[in-house]
Design a protein around this ligand. Structure first.
Ligand code: SF4
Length: 56
C-alpha cells in the first residue's frame, strides 16, 4: 500500500516537502509517489491544496 497522487495535482510541490522519507518527486505533469519508499504515514495528505493525495 502507498499513497497516490491524482490528476488534481497542480505541481505546487507542497507534498514533497512534507514527506519524511522523500518518496514524492516531480513527475511528468504532476508529482508522483514512489510506492516502494512510501510508508503510508499520511503526512502529505493534509498538505495538498487540491486534495489530490489519496490512500491507495
Ligand atoms: Fe511520504 Fe507519508 Fe505521503 Fe507516503 S504517505 S508519500 S511516506 S508523506
Amino acid at each position: 500500500m502507498a499513497h497516490k497522487i491524482t490528476d488534481e495535482c497542480i505541481s505546487c510541490g507542497a507534498c514533497a516537502a512534507a514527506c519524511p522519507v522523500g518518496a514524492i518527486s516531480e513527475g511528468d505533469g504532476k508529482y508522483v509517489v514512489d510506492a516502494d519508499a512510501c510508508i503510508d504515514c499520511g503526512a502529505c495528505e493534509g498538505e495538498c491544496p487540491t486534495g489530490a493525495i489519496q490512500a491507495d
